[in-house]
Design a protein around this ligand. Structure first.
Ligand code: PLP
Length: 340
């Protein structure tokens, strides 16, 4: 048995997804002819409370296309210092769009303190500065959930400062489940949202970008420019439809598994759990530096895939392909590794 705790991206398509992929009605999506893609796009827009949707090959390309659509060369977007768009996407907005990131330290809760955001918004009339155009938030942020109130406040703030607001909502469905609100409640706080189908929702490939009809028309062009026009993509969209319809209801289980695992790991000598970060499907922990090699060796022996930092915090990500019966094995591996 392989137990892969590195990410929820490792989830495999279910039997129902594979069947739907096999049976999918398809067409050339670059011509707008793929009925399955069109259905997924309409469904995602509706679920997230927006006019239109766009099926993207990845979350990275979805954020990139959102940034290219909101901002032009010489513009700037504000994001967290550790934001996925800034830190983990190869600097794509700068590389392809000439768009400057302006990072601001994330608050303890994974949100952006609005006074700090206000202090970096630049005077557009002053030729010294890049033009600040966009505020970009994350929910969840490293597994931490942003409340609806804070999102609404950020929206009002952004619009009061003539900024658009984008959500990197790779795991927005996890946030909705934790908050007990709809995806639409979250979606409506933003001008555009990117949502990953390929993480905890379980699709093999794909993300959705949603926004206004006008925004998505422009984004569709940037997707083509970025090489994301995918032809008979209905085979992928068919799995995406199931992910969107059935995925969210299963996420509460992942969150429960995370809490259960954290409770079992906490008493082990040497493990520290990151206070306040256990909010959705991630357990953040740190180990004594000299124990990491031992834990990784025990993990390899037991078929456990882990990515552990030698120093600082590491994450364990829970998802649907970790059977709940695997938890004792995981705890055992840590106990054994820490004991060597
Ligand atoms: C995974 C992730 C992405 C990118 O998605 P890919 O499909 O892996 O490119 C973007 N933002 C956040 C917060 C993510 O976790």
């Amino acid at each position: 048995m392989i137990i892969d705790l590195r990410s929820d991206t490792v989830t495999q398509p279910t039997a129902a997804m594979r069947k739907a992929m096999h049976d999918a009605e398809v067409g050339d999506d670059v011509h707008g002819d793929d009925p399955t893609v069109n259905r997924l796009e309409a469904m995602a827009a509706e679920r997230l409370g927006h006019e239109a949707g766009l099926f993207m090959p990845s979350g990275t390309q979805s954020n990139l296309v959102a940034l290219l659509t909101h901002c032009g060369r010489g513009d700037e977007y504000i994001c967290g210092h550790d934001a996925h768009t800034y830190r983990y996407e190869g600097g794509g907005a700068a590389v392809f769009g000439g768009i400057q990131p302006q990072p601001v330290p994330f608050g303890d809760d994974g949100g952006l303190p609005l006074d700090a955001v206000a202090s970096v918004i630049k005077d557009r009339a002053d030729t010294h500065f890049a033009k600040t155009r966009l505020l970009c938030l994350e929910n969840t942020q490293h597994g931490r959930v942003q409340s609806l109130e804070s999102l609404r406040e950020a929206r009002a703030f952004a619009h009061a400062h003539a900024l658009a607001i984008h959500l990197d909502g790779a795991r927005a469905a996890n946030a909705a489940v934790v908050l007990g609100v709809s995806l639409e409640d979250i979606g409506r706080c933003f001008d555009s949202v990117s949502l990953c189908l390929s993480k905890g929702l379980g699709a093999p490939v794909g993300s959705m970008l949603v926004g206004s009809t006008e925004f998505i028309a422009a984004a569709r062009r940037w997707r083509k420019v970025a090489g994301g026009g995918m032809r008979q993509a209905g085979v992928l969209a068919a799995a995406g439809i199931i992910a969107l319809e059935e995925g969210p209801a299963a996420l509460a289980d992942d969150h429960a598994k995370a809490r259960e695992l954290a409770t079992a790991l906490e008493p082990l000598p040497g493990i520290s759990l990151r206070p306040g970060w256990l909010q959705s499907n991630m357990v953040w922990l740190s180990l004594p530096e000299d124990k990491v090699t031992g834990v990784l060796a025990a993990a390899a022996e037991a078929g456990l895939r882990l990515s552990l930092s030698r120093q600082g915090w590491s994450r364990i990500v829970l998802h649907r392909d970790i059977p709940s019966g695997a938890l004792p094995t995981i705890v055992e591996v840590f106990a054994r590794g820490l004991d060597t």
